[in-house]
Design a protein around this ligand. Structure first.
Ligand SMILES: Nc1ncnc2c1ncn2[C@@H]1O[C@H](COP(=O)(O)OP(=O)(O)OP(=O)(O)O)[C@@H](O)[C@H]1O
Ligand SMILES: [Mg+2]
Length: 266
């Protein structure tokens, strides 16, 4: 397993957001993570990426064979865990390209080294990185927007900037928190293509939190369902679709077959 949580628990003032969770993701897998609002999906991402600490003596997170439970967000990112945020954290006053370069800074080999490298090397290194970022922008459909301030982009395009920035870190594991929210149907298709290519070409393992079930059903190998911080189901998209308990918890109410089918076809 590339990622494993064992007995993971996280509480906020008496509210248990993640409860005794065992969750594993194999290398190369595309995993869907679904559940109603407040079921703990983003909290799980925050625990894995080190932004939150689990409750004392309440679980362990292993990544790529190493216990990362007590590592800082920076050290976890450096080991190959990348993510996007549900509320985008991009810099609106910077250009698209600058947003990528900022995210990329700890891969850059100048800084402390630049004094001994000489300026020529620094410039060629910088040029190389800019070229790679341009390729990446092309990959996410933003090739023509590199010099534009992020504030002038549509919401969907900003999502793509955040995605490109996460990809630019070349993570082994990429966690996407509602990547399709606010995208047009055509852009959702494009996103799904990108997700498939990230695995095929770059061998990334991907976890997707998503309310748009089409994305989960079409793009994921396996789906984990959370409710009140607990795992209430796990299986292929087909198995999850047929599990009434899961679909009802997910959509927050009881439904007949027809309604379930209609919701899944959305
Ligand atoms: N920093 C925090 N402080 C207090 N409570 C929090 C904090 N972060 C999350 N919670 C609570 O933990 C629970 C799980 O929240 P979380 O954001 O993980 O849900 P989610 O499944 O991502 O929901 P959504 O689909 O709405 O994004 C919620 O009750 C939320 O209010
Ligand atoms: Mg969330």
């Amino acid at each position: 397993m590339l990622l494993q949580t064992e007995g993971l628990t996280k509480s906020f003032d008496g509210l248990t957001a993640i409860r005794n969770l065992d969750f594993s993701v194999a290398e190369g897998e595309i995993r869907g993570l679904i559940g109603p609002n407040g079921s703990g999906k983003s909290t799980l991402f925050n625990l894995i990426s080190g932004i939150y600490q689990p409750d004392a003596n309440s679980g362990r997170i292993t990544f790529d064979g190493e216990d990362i439970t007590d590592l800082s967000p920076h050290d976890i990112a450096a080991r190959g865990v990348g993510r996007t945020f549900q509320l985008l954290r991009i810099f609106h006053e910077m250009t698209v390209l600058e947003n990528l370069l900022v995210g990329h800074h700890h891969h850059v080999r100048y800084g402390i080294l630049s004094a001994s490298m000489g300026l020529g090397r620094v410039w060629s290194e910088e040029r190389r990185i800019k070229e790679r970022m341009q390729e990446l922008l092309h990959f996410v459909g933003l090739a023509d927007f590199a010099g534009m301030p992020a504030s002038e982009l549509s919401f969907g395009q900003r999502r793509m900037v955040a995605l490109a920035r996460a990809i630019s870190m070349e993570p082994k594991l990429l966690m996407l928190d509602e990547p399709a929210a606010g995208l047009s149907p055509a852009n959702v298709e494009e996103l799904q293509t990108i997700i498939g290519l990230l695995r095929e070409r770059r061998g990334m393992t991907i976890i997707i939190v998503e309310h748009i079930l089409k994305v989960v059903i079409e793009s994921c190998d396996t789906v984990t369902v959370l409710d009140h911080g607990e795992k209430i189901g796990e299986g292929t998209p087909g198995e999850i679709k047929d599990d009434h308990r899961v679909v009802e918890a997910y959509l927050g109410r009881e439904m007949d077959d027809e309604e379930v089918r209609a919701a899944l076809a959305e």
